[in-house]
Design a protein around this ligand. Structure first.
Ligand code: BES
Ligand code: MN
Ligand code: ZN
Length: 502
């Protein structure tokens, strides 16, 4: 889909469809008013007859509106004008594109960017519109042999700004929005792939592909022998039960001077989590193909960063493996020495994410990081605590946590912080080793993060538990692409901070 920016009145647009807002109760938005005036009160007469109240979610398609060059007018209910929130704006945009899809129109001029949203400017509104629309139109049809695509596709969307003054900011918003959407799509495509296709080797190939596409990205893949030499035994202990060889993938995006310390993103890449010897129940086990969403979000974020050309250095570290109950699988009670030298008693082989992450976190020290952020579908407990609305956030450095929370608010891809207190750490004690790999039923998300925190003492670190947010479960299951927009926003905010004040 192609997006462009335009300033100009609706009555002047020669287009298949004009999209304009109507507020509750039966009030016209500025663009709708302009249409009303030129059409001799066509819209106000219609509203008076009660065909559309203006409620959020409502819509009405009109043909042959007098005085216009446009074939159609699509009225979109926006709710009460006074209290439009970020989320409502996104809902309005989503609804407009769903309704437009139902018509025969293949292009349209959308005036909904004129809506007033508290504390949001045209850059934000246009970028959010692009991301929301691309997300609404996303489909994963690779394995459908019938009815792959819809009859008539929307090809082009013009987003309007009030005057020529806003054109260039609007164009920048489209460019960034498209780059972020591209990263999100990569993340969703990888995550939606079944695990018989998306293996650790496949993830490594995809990373190499990114390196080919972008000169600014260098990729390196370590095999199990190399990892053995490095002493990554907790990572390898997870891979033992699988016939698929594990890979440690690193990507280095260079967008700034060499000496600028990188932001390191560590993504959990378990391409299938059966639980290992502590095997999971059968129900919904298929969804454990999504246990590599952290890895996919690292690839998507680096893709978006390279596409935008973000002036930062960003390093991706992806431990990729299956978690399977093969004949040489690690067994409960086994004790493993991690790359850091600390020993771990494995009490549950289904708590594998932290075992691959801890070695990847130790490995990350060698990049001399500015900050390290790990992204992982780590605990079912996080789904219970926060549902699918917020990503769980835990950090050893409060300013970093604040920056991530803010980036979540701006991008609409929100996180919520949980405490990293010493009291929780004690739940991990083991009679035989330095620590156990599980901390009991209580506060499962926090004890998982406590485990990781023992490997991140040398740098500023934050952990994002995306178990509830990375995919939708049930009948309409599928990857969401989260938290790519949060991460890209965090990076964009960071380079704005680096800029000297004007
Ligand atoms: N990948 C799972 C976490 C998960 C569960 C994500 C459900 C999304 C939905 C992780 O490896 C896991 O199995 N965690 C265990 C940890 C437990 C054994 C301490 C869990 O949450 O049950
Ligand atoms: Mn598991
Ligand atoms: Zn897992």
């Amino acid at each position: 889909m192609e997006f462009t920016i335009k300033s100009g009145n609706p009555e002047k647009q020669r287009t298949a469809c004009l999209i304009v807002g109507v507020f509750e109760p039966r009030r016209l938005s500025p663009a709708a008013k302009a249409i009303d005036n030129i059409s001799k009160k066509f819209l106000s007469n219609l509203l008076r007859r009660g065909d559309i109240e203006g409620k959020l979610g409502q819509s009405l398609l009109l043909h042959n509106v007098p005085g216009l060059l446009a074939d159609r007018v699509l009225l979109i209910g926006c709710g009460r004008e006074r209290d439009l929130t970020d989320n409502q704006y996104r809902k309005i945009i989503t609804n407009s594109i769903r309704q437009l899809k139902q018509t025969g129109a293949m292009e349209a001029v959308n005036y909904l960017s004129e809506l007033n949203i508290k504390n949001r400017d045209y850059y934000w509104k246009i970028r959010q519109a692009v991301e929301t629309i691309q997300n609404t139109l996303y489909q994963f049809t690779e394995y459908k042999t019938k009815n792959k695509t819809s009859r008539r596709k929307i090809r082009k969307l013009v987003l309007s700004v009030p005057t020529r003054k806003e054109l260039s900011i609007g164009e920048q918003a489209i460019e960034n929005g498209m780059a972020i959407s591209k990263g999100i799509k990569l993340t969703m495509d990888l995550a939606n792939q079944p695990s018989n296709v998306c293996t650790p080797s496949y993830l490594a190939e995809q990373a190499k592909q990114l390196g080919k596409t972008y000169k600014s990205v260098q990729v390196n893949v370590l095999d199990e022998d190399a990892m053995t030499k490095l002493g990554m035994n907790t990572f390898l202990s997870v891979a033992r039960g699988s016939d698929e060889p594990a890979k440690l993938i690193t990507l280095e995006y260079k967008g700034a001077k060499k000496n600028l310390k990188p932001v390191v993103l560590v993504g959990k890449g378990v391409t299938f989590d059966s639980g290992g010897i502590s095997i999971k129940p059968a129900a919904a086990m298929d969804e454990m193909k999504f246990d590599m969403c952290g890895a996919a979000s690292v690839l998507g974020t680096i893709c978006a960063a390279a596409e935008i050309g973000i002036p930062l250095n960003i390093t991706g570290v992806i431990p990729a493996t299956e978690n399977m109950p093969g004949g040489s699988a690690t067994k409960p009670g086994d004790i493993i020495t991690s790359m850091s030298g600390q020993t771990v008693e494995i009490l549950n082989t289904d708590a594998e994410g932290r075992l691959i992450l801890c070695d990847a976190l130790t490995y990350s020290e060698r990049f001399n990081p500015d900050v390290v952020i790990d992204i992982a579908t780590l605990t079912g407990a996080c789904v219970i605590a926060l549902g699918n609305h917020a990503t769980g956030l835990i950090s050893n450095h409060n300013p970093l946590a604040k920056d991530l929370l803010n980036a979540g608010e701006t991008s609409g891809d929100r996180a919520w912080q949980l405490p990293l207190w010493e009291e929780y750490n004690q739940q991990l004690s083991s009679p035989f080793a330095d620590m156990a790999n599980i901390g009991g039923r209580e506060a499962g998300t926090i004890t998982a993060a406590c485990f990781l925190s023992r490997f991140t003492e040398k740098y500023h670190w934050a952990h994002l538990d995306i178990a509830g947010t990375a995919w939708t479960t049930g009948k309409n299951k599928g990857a969401t692409g989260r938290p790519v927009s949060l991460l890209v926003q965090f990076l964009l905010d960071k380079c704005n901070k680096n800029k000297p004040a004007a």
